[in-house]
Design a protein around this ligand. Structure first.
Ligand code: NDP
Length: 325
């Protein structure tokens, strides 16, 4: 799960004249505020590294857009994503972690201290850097999807589901996210279609069962989305079912087909795999640049769980502590 990003898509480096004159020197800078970032902050602050964390575009990361989290250890009754993130934040701040609003807009990792520009104006020189920028939602890439973003197309049911109370909606995707979004929306909406391109769901058994038990949720296997239709707002979706055109009437279209790693800012310096996930040395959070560590969904294309992100955040802080000596 990633978390979402603590960075902007800002390729241009600001000129020196735009930067404030004060350069802040930091021992341990953390970029990103999901479970990985906050766990790194907890461990780094307890190790007296005086960590500073920039929260990024989506403070709290992807969990702030989910509903119930039932699989994070320590919450026997489950917990909502926003509450879990607030708990992690409070825990980090209890030990002195300095978590701030702001987005990393450019970096120079070619030498130490590492230079990171925040919001295009504030320069930080960091002795060590922990990257926990997570991932962002993928879209299908249809023209009609682009057209209706914000007026019927969404990648976040918990953010936007409320607007579709009592209406009919569609969710596309066959993983846990799609299953979760679809069942959540079924609690609010009149009818939910779950559009899956294969003849099976990739989601966990527990989620598949939940989907199957939800009465107002209809799964459309082997359907692909051709077009989202409407004039000013979404009114329907045209699907393809093995060569046959199928039209459904819906007021909202939710995309839940996975996430892309938020690593664009670092790719001039750090090795990534072909999808953009930052490569780390097996069993560690170390990247190919000494003193730069990666944790959470930005380096994990496999597990992507809040708890695995938290575990890798712990590793990153311990690796940074060892590096700083
Ligand atoms: P996944 O990558 O697991 O699933 C993505 C789904 O979207 C797949 O069914 C995939 O289809 C489908 N898809 C991808 N591209 C397209 C496309 N262009 N058109 C149509 N369908 C498409 O992503 P998730 O976000 O669901 O989950 C990511 C990880 O997070 C997983 O490990 C999951 O278990 C975890 N997670 C855990 C939760 C929890 O524990 N509470 C909640 C949510 C997520 P196909 O199968 O054909 O490739």
């Amino acid at each position: 799960m990633a978390l979402f990003a603590a960075m902007g898509n800002l390729d241009e480096k600001p000129s020196k004249t735009e930067l404030s004159k004060d350069i802040e020197k930091i021992k341990c800078l953390i970029i990103g505020s999901g479970p990985a970032g906050y766990t790194a902050a907890i461990y780094a602050s307890r190790a007296n590294l005086n960590p500073v964390m920039y929260q990024g575009l989506e403070p709290g990361g992807q969990l702030t857009t989910t509903t119930e989290v039932d699989n994070f250890p320590g919450y026997p009754q489950g917990v909502t994503g926003p509450v879990l993130m607030e708990d992690l934040k409070n825990q980090a701040e209890r030990f002195g972690a300095d978590s701030r609003w702001g987005i990393a807009s450019s970096v120079d990792l070619s030498k130490r201290p590492f230079r990171v520009i925040i919001d295009e104006k504030h320069q930080i020189d960091a002795d060590s850097l922990i990257i926990a920028t997570g991932a962002t939602a993928k879209y299908l890439g249809l023209e009609s999807e682009e057209k209706f973003k914000g007026s019927g197309v969404s990648a976040c049911a918990t953010c936007d589901g409320f607007f579709y109370k009592g209406l009919d909606v569609a969710v596309v995707g066959g993983g846990d996210t799609a299953a979760e979004e679809a069942t959540y929306l079924a609690g609010l909406c009149n009818k939910v279609y779950l559009i899956i391109r294969k003849d099976y769901m990739r989601a966990s058994k527990a989620m598949i069962e939940k989907v199957e038990k939800t009465k107002n949720l209809e799964v459309l296997y082997e359907h692909t989305t051709e077009e989202i239709t409407g004039t000013n707002v979404v009114t329907g979706v045209t699907l393809d079912n093995k060569g046959k055109e199928v039209k459904i009437n819906v007021d909202g279209f939710f995309v839940a087909i996975g996430h892309s790693p938020q690593s664009q800012l670092f790719t001039d310096y750090l090795d990534t795999d072909e999808e953009g996930y930052i490569n780390t040395i097996a069993g560690t959070s170390k990247t190919n640049v000494d003193g730069v560590f990666a944790c959470g969904d930005i380096m994990d294309s496999t597990y992507k769980q809040a708890i695995t992100a938290a575990g890798s955040g712990c590793k990153a802080a311990l690796d940074a502590e060892k590096f700083l000596g």
